[in-house]
Ligand binder design. Structure first.
Ligand SMILES: *Cc1c(COP(=O)(O)O)cnc(C)c1O
Length: 357
């Protein structure tokens, strides 16, 4: 297969128009102090925490495409779900308000955080989101099949009130609900094109991309994008919730749907999906000492704040992988800061406890 040029790939993506909600390209930053402190490969950071919409993050890239789909389908409410302190739900709520529609958020208590208005939940409240809090099994991200009955009921309720709801699947990743194309992953194919263009303009070589992986859209998009561009970049997703075997299959499904949606005539193989699941530890959204320390380490070295649920865990992984010698000294790594920093605040007691000992 011949590789696509950045421009041709971008042309393919234009088949799915997007609503302009964020500031692109996001900055690319060299992390000299971190690289030096770890004595390993050179590390760069893609600042997708600086997209701008509602404190930034990877979900806002996805929402540019999803919100355009909401507009196309003439919905007047957007329904989605995730965990109590979800970044996805906040970003969706803010994007919904930007186009003048109401967000309905079904928030599952997948971890033991209080139901107080703090972090993302405070921001959801300020946005006057229609918030429905539900009990849930702890330590895992809720899948479409887990929530189908609850969401169906809410959709029925909204339709009875005369609304036209758009159901956006968790994380904007797996095709489902009203989203019939993997729009979140398509946004990250676009991000891959942006990254390749940016690093090459700056004369940087990237051998590895490392990022936190949860619902799969980010990883699927990056894998498809770098592969379509024919670049030899290994994308490794640090799982924050699901074990390697089952999760890799989900990402592969999203990746293949993405290839099809963009007519890329490219085959994504099992081995293209690299999931590292050794850092899930106590489960989704549960912060531990190592994560707290990684957040402080990054803050002290670079003045950058990571989040406790995703990027903090991914940084624990990166530090450990470097220590274990998984990268050579002359390899170059791009760590994607996917956002999520409002979740620092509801975790304040645990973070201060771990960092005070
Ligand atoms: C959702 C999220 C991720 C994971 O992205 P997926 O596309 O769901 O895998 C990573 N980091 C942050 C901060 C997130 O909110």
């Amino acid at each position: 297969m011949n590789a696509f040029s950045v421009d041709t790939l971008k042309e393919r993506i234009k088949k799915y128009p997007k609503k302009n909600l964020i500031h692109l390209p996001t900055p690319l930053q060299r992390l000299d102090h971190l690289s030096e402190a770890l004595g390993g490969p050179e590390i760069f950071m893609k600042r997708d925490d600086l997209t701008g919409l509602a404190f930034g993050g990877n979900k806002s890239r996805k929402l540019e495409f999803i919100i355009q789909d909401v507009l196309k389908k003439n919905a007047d409410v957007i329904v989605t779900w995730a965990s109590l302190q979800s970044n996805w739900c906040l970003q969706t709520a803010a994007a919904a308000r930007e186009i003048g529609i109401t967000p309905v958020l079904v928030l599952f208590k997948t971890y033991d955080l209080p139901e107080e208005y703090d972090g993302n939940l405070l921001l959801d409240f300020i946005l006057r989101a229609d918030i429905r809090i539900m009990d849930a099994e702890k330590g895992k991200i809720m899948k479409q099949e887990d929530v189908a009955d609850i969401i169906d009921k809410i959709v029925l309720e909204l339709k009875e009130k005369g609304h036209s709801p758009y159901v956006a699947p968790i994380g904007g990743s797996m095709v489902g609900g009203s989203m019939d194309k993997p729009l979140g992953a398509i946004a990250y194919v676009n991000a891959a094109a942006e990254i390749v263009e940016q690093v090459e303009n700056e004369g940087i070589r990237v051998d590895h991309i490392i990022h936190a992986s949860g619902s799969g859209g980010t990883q699927a998009g990056l894998v498809v994008g770098t592969k379509a561009l024919g670049r030899d970049i290994k994308v490794s997703g640090i799982s924050v919730s699901d074990e390697k075997e089952a999760y890799s299959k989900e990402i592969l499904t999203i990746a293949r749907d993405t290839v099809e949606a963009l007519h890329l005539e490219l085959i994504v193989e099992d081995e293209d999906i690299i999931v590292i699941d050794e850092y899930i530890k106590e489960g989704y959204g549960v912060i531990n000492r190592e994560v707290s320390e990684a957040i402080r380490f990054m803050a002290l070295k670079e003045g950058i704040f990571l989040d406790p649920v995703y990027t903090g865990k991914a940084m624990v992984a990166l530090i450990d992988l470097i220590k274990k010698g998984c990268f050579t000294k002359d390899e170059q790594i791009l760590f994607i800061h996917t956002g999520g920093t409002p979740a620092l605040f509801p975790n304040k007691y645990k973070i201060t406890e771990f960092l005070s000992q």
